[in-house]
Each structure stands twice: as structure tokens, then as C-alpha cells.
Design a protein around this ligand. Structure first.
Ligand code: ZN
Length: 362
């Protein structure tokens, strides 16, 4: 007999971070700032496993009607279909319930569902509701959720922020249609806890958000630029793309790099935009991550420029195929190499990296 369903979810709270290393091979006369403190390269690719989650054990005595009258009447009221709490929610396959996205971005939401021992699951139809800035819940048209073994999943279409509004906070939830079968009192609609997404209206960006969005406006139009003055997201790095927060820039630290040319700073956006392409070109969910990693390792290799006349930039210890891909993609747009994980982009790698900009997989 099973004492409750176990939901073991390896949730990767992953972030792709951009190296803050200043390459030693800047063009002559354009030396990187000596004042660029001791910036260690980031953990290039931080794929941290969140703790394994376990669903709470269901209360005993949830029995079939063969039990005593009291137990029976309790079971009678229990829904044959319900959602677990927020703890098991996922956005785009990752274990978080809030996220930042740019206007024009869709997402995938998942919530764990449950039934009760002794009660046969009666699976309802599930749809998605949303509300903008705490307003009324409305049905998201044309979206049907799928009930899997443990999770109910729905692909939510892109949300476009209302013109003239800088940020809209959108709550989503899954909601079941009333069952027509089963115990009468259990025939009710149930809702999941909320997922909350802040959608940025890029057209309303000003200041540093506008500054770092500008170089990628046509490359990653749906990107969001989050500024992180207290380093709560970026940590010791100056920029990163994370699946929860999107592109995040520590403009305050960057402003201290007075000798670093603007083109290098803006190159961070382009590199992170390349990571965003990696993510979305492979499906925009955690599920594509493994395939992306594998493919990156096949295509992006640790080689050096065969031309001895070209000085090579040593590879940072954190060099990885994923980072090299983002570097090569960035160089196609902005060839300077002040910030890079180092190494050499061979013609095959440039061709593959170019596919990212065409919304294709390499
Ligand atoms: Zn990177």
C-alpha cells in the first residue's frame, strides 16, 4: 500500500552567467582597465540542483465508503481531483513560482495534482486563468492543460503588456472544470495556487534598462532587462541570464569600470541574449536543457587559432561549450573581445552560433 504519492522533482535552479573576466588580449591601445579589480570569472554555468521535493503524506483514514459513516462522509467531501500547493509549481520546468519576462514571452506552467487513497481519480478538464495587476480572473482562451502522471501542464501564450504601462504583474492559475461524475459534494471546480510573472514593457524602458536593451532590441525583442543594484541576483557577476529573472545587469558595478569601453559593457547584453536564444530555441523549458548541453559539447570545442600570428586569448577555467557558443554568437554581432571566456571561434562554430540568431538550433 502506498502511503501517499511521492513527487521527486529534481529542480534545476539554473542560471547562465556571463564571465566578468576581462580578457588579456584586448586590441593594442585599448587596454582593459587596470582598475578592474580582481574580478574572478563566474561559475560559467551554474546548474544548482534544488533539494528534492517530497509531497506531504496524506492524512490516514481517507477511505472508501466501506469504512465507518464518519470516515465515509469525510471521504465524500474530498475532491477526487485537487492540486498540491505552490511548493510543487514549476515555470518552464523550473522550481520557482515567480518570474520576470519581457512583453511578448509565453511560458509553461505546471502544478502537481493529487487524488486520495481509496478514491479513484476522476480527471477533469483543466484550463488556465489569468489576472493582470490583481484584477479579475479571466480564462486564457484556447489553452487546455494536460494532466500527466504527477503534473498538470499548460503552455501559456505570450503576454503583451498594455501600451504605456511599464510593468504588468500577471497571475496565472490552473482551474479544473466541475466534474459531472463522482460524489455529489466533490463535484466542484478546484484551482491551483498562483504563478506570478512580471512582464516588462521594453518600449517603456529608460536609463540603464534602455541602454542595455538597445543592442539586443532586434536580436531578442522579447527580452527583459532587470537591473540588480544590490547584487541579489547577479552576486559577484555583472550580468547573467537566468531562467527565473531573465537578463540581469549590475549596472552599478559596471559604472565603476570607467576604463572599459561601452561596446564591451553592451556586449554583455548580447552574450546574455545568445543564452536566451539557446534556451528558447531548444523549447524554452528545462526539458530542452540536456539536449542543448549535449549538442553544445558536440559543436563547440576547445581549440586555438591555427594562425600563429593571431594572439590567442587563454581560456578561462570556467570555459564551457555553452559559454563558448554565447561568446561566438556575440562576436558575430560585436567582434571586440574585451570580455570573453577565451579560446577561438572556428568557422564551424561561427556558423553554428549564427543559427542562434536565426532562431534555430545548432
Ligand atoms: Zn554566459
Amino acid at each position: 500500500m502506498r502511503s501517499g504519492r511521492r513527487l521527486t522533482v529534481a529542480l534545476a535552479a539554473a542560471a547562465l552567467t556571463f564571465s566578468t573576466t576581462l580578457a588579456g588580449a584586448a586590441p593594442a591601445g585599448a587596454e582593459p582597465a587596470a582598475a578592474d579589480r580582481s574580478r574572478t570569472p563566474d561559475s560559467a554555468l551554474a546548474t544548482t540542483e534544488a533539494p528534492t521535493l517530497r509531497a506531504p503524506v496524506l492524512p490516514a483514514g481517507v477511505a472508501s465508503s466501506a469504512r465507518g459513516a464518519q470516515a465515509s462522509s469525510r471521504a465524500y467531501r474530498r475532491p477526487p481531483f485537487a492540486f498540491w500547493g505552490k511548493k510543487y509549481h514549476r515555470i518552464d520546468g523550473f522550481g520557482f513560482t515567480t518570474a520576470t519576462r519581457g512583453s511578448g514571452t509565453g511560458l509553461r506552467i505546471e502544478a502537481a495534482w493529487k487524488t486520495y487513497r481509496g478514491v479513484r481519480p476522476l480527471l477533469p478538464k483543466v484550463f488556465v486563468q489569468k489576472r493582470v495587476d490583481g484584477g479579475r480572473w479571466t480564462k486564457v482562451k484556447g489553452v487546455k492543460a494536460k494532466i500527466g502522471k504527477h503534473l498538470v501542464a499548460a503552455r501559456v501564450p505570450a503576454h503583451t503588456v498594455t501600451a504605456g504601462v511599464p510593468v504588468e504583474t500577471v497571475d496565472y492559475r490552473l482551474k479544473s472544470k466541475k466534474l459531472r461524475k463522482g460524489p455529489r459534494r466533490a463535484r466542484r471546480s478546484v484551482s491551483s495556487d498562483r504563478f506570478t510573472v512580471s512582464f516588462h514593457n521594453q518600449a517603456m524602458y529608460t536609463g540603464d534598462q534602455a541602454r542595455f536593451y538597445a543592442p539586443i532590441a532586434s536580436l531578442c525583442p522579447n527580452a527583459s532587462i532587470t537591473l540588480d543594484p544590490d547584487n541579489s541576483i547577479t552576486g559577484s557577476h555583472e550580468g547573467l541570464f537566468s531562467w527565473q529573472h531573465g537578463i540581469t545587469i549590475d549596472a552599478v558595478s559596471l559604472s565603476l569600470s570607467t576604463a572599459e569601453p561601452e561596446v564591451s559593457k553592451l556586449g554583455i547584453s548580447i552574450h546574455e541574449c545568445a543564452h536566451m536564444k539557446q534556451f528558447y530555441n531548444w523549447g524554452g523549458t528545462n526539458q530542452g536543457w540536456g539536449r542543448l548541453m549535449k549538442r553544445s559539447e558536440e559543436v563547440f570545442v576547445a581549440d586555438t587559432n591555427p594562425d600563429p600570428a593571431v594572439p590567442s586569448i587563454p581560456m578561462a577555467p570556467e570555459w564551457s561549450p555553452m559559454e563558448h557558443a554565447a561568446d561566438c554568437a556575440k562576436e558575430l554581432i560585436s567582434p571586440e573581445r574585451y570580455r570573453t571566456y577565451g579560446g577561438y571561434c572556428n568557422p564551424n562554430e561561427y556558423a553554428a552560433a549564427g543559427l542562434l540568431w536565426q532562431n534555430q538550433r545548432y
